[in-house]
Write a protein of this length. Structure first.
Length: 95
């Protein structure tokens, strides 16, 4: 990806091991078919105990561990992702 992405796709996750492979597969298909728009994928993990971290790290452009945040919930994951985002537009998805 050259320059800043058009979109930053922010995904807070917590123990989503079973859903993440299909989610990332479909997300990649959408990005490829977006008509030339670029996107970065940011995953904010709330301290998953399953393989969500490994799956996310291998598919996301940016991985954030928010499990140590003072308030660890879906909003803190979204906020952490937004702070790291470099895209012109923010897109929030749930896995």
């Amino acid at each position: 990806m050259t320059g800043l992405p058009d979109f930053s796709i922010i995904i807070p996750v917590l123990n989503e091991e079973k859903l993440l492979p299909v989610f990332f597969e479909n997300l990649a298909r959408v990005i490829r078919g977006s008509g030339g728009y670029s996107a970065e994928v940011i995953v904010a993990d709330g301290g998953s105990f399953d393989k969500s971290r490994e799956i996310s790290e291998s598919n996301a452009d940016v991985f954030i561990d928010v499990s140590k945040e003072p308030v660890n919930n879906i909003a803190s994951g979204r906020n952490a992702g937004a702070r790291e985002a470099t895209g012109r537009l923010l897109v929030f998805c749930n896995a």
